[in-house]
Write a protein that binds this ligand. Structure first.
Ligand SMILES: C[S@@+](CC[C@H](N)C(=O)[O-])C[C@H]1O[C@@H](n2cnc3c(N)ncnc32)[C@H](O)[C@@H]1O
Length: 307
């Protein structure tokens, strides 16, 4: 595994049907009134337009003063994710209508799990934004007890039905759930030894990405490992001018995982290419604490350690 501190880092696999950074078709999910990442002319504009009675989110707390912060946060959250469910619904069971559906586990996940000596049997794992479920089922195939969640009920039903028969013969299990990373149910927080996030944070606008990354972090229990595959801009400037979705994350943004209590163990990426404004990277992060089931098999540099 590569420590990722410089452009000479060992390249990682980058080709897969799922590697197209253009994860959604042009215009899909865009706010017709503006880029949702810009914040002010979109979601907050909608808030300003709301009748006064709907602006406070019902949480004034002092008998009259509207809680504008909570209401604004709720609007931003809704606007960031509301386009996924219609996309899956309109696909009507045709995966070719889901731009990111490669119908195979992501090579970043497979490569991580393939590290010599790594054994995830019996580990409680969670897949964030599971989509059509391939990464979740790969973890179950290797013996994990998987929770896979997505904000789109149609995606969750689709994934469950797609793999119902295959899962019956696997050593692990998958519990498919509808849940929102931006508003996580308490029972998921801190419950996992392995957290897998593939291309969900990059599909969310800047207005909510910090919250999303802190949410991903919060899923890891003490000693837990977090594996992220995301599109990373090669400069802050490239990130600022990026038109999504998906968005290329600014390098500085990744500090949100530290805010979430995680230590970065590795950042793997292809060889630096100045002509490319972004690249797919794999991040390995770790929460300090007593060992999770995975912990005993992986050293502090993110390398698998045979038992
Ligand atoms: C670009 S797709 C990637 C899907 C899957 N991880 C893959 O690589 O095929 C992003 C997924 O995240 C889901 N998603 C977006 N925002 C979410 C949220 N706040 N909570 C849970 N899932 C979310 C979407 O419905 C979608 O399935």
């Amino acid at each position: 595994m590569t420590d990722g501190s410089g452009p000479d880092d060992e390249p990682t696999e980058t080709t897969s049907p799922r590697d197209d950074p253009g994860g959604s078709p042009a215009g899909v999910g865009r706010d017709p009134g503006g880029d949702p990442s810009s914040g002010l002319d979109g979601p907050l504009g909608a808030l300003a337009d709301a009748p006064p009675g709907q602006r406070d989110g019902g949480a004034s707390g002092d008998g009259g003063t509207p809680d504008v912060t909570a209401a604004a946060a709720a609007v931003l959250r809704d606007r960031a994710t509301e386009w996924f469910e219609p996309l899956y619904r309109d696909a009507a069971g045709d995966p070719s209508a889901v731009p990111w559906a490669g119908l195979a586990p992501h090579p970043h996940v497979v490569g991580w799990l393939d590290q010599p000596g790594l054994d995830v049997t019996g580990v409680d794992a969670v897949v964030v934004g599971c989509g059509l479920g391939d990464d979740a089922v790969e973890l179950a195939r290797r013996g994990c007890r998987v929770t896979a969640f997505d904000v789109s009920p149609t995606a969750v039903t689709w994934a469950r039905e797609r793999f119902a028969r295959d899962l019956a013969g696997m050593p692990g299990t998958v519990d498919w759930q509808v849940a929102d990373l931006l508003d996580l149910p308490a029972h998921l927080v801190g419950a996992f030894g392995l957290v897998v996030e593939v291309r969900t944070v990059q599909s969310l606008p800047a207005t909510v990405r910090d919250r999303a990354m802190v949410g991903v972090s919060s899923l890891a229990g003490p000693g837990g490992w977090v594996l992220v595959s995301t599109l990373l801009a090669t400069s802050e400037e490239a990130a600022r001018s990026w038109q999504g979705p998906p968005w290329a994350q600014a390098p500085s943004e990744l500090a949100a995982y530290r805010v979430g209590g995680l230590e970065r163990v590795a950042l793997e990426h292809p060889p630096a290419d100045p002509s490319r404004p972004a690249m797919e990277v794999r991040l390995t992060l770790h929460r300090a604490g007593s060992a999770s089931d995975v912990d005993s098999d992986v050293d502090a540099a993110g390398r698998a350690v045979p038992e």
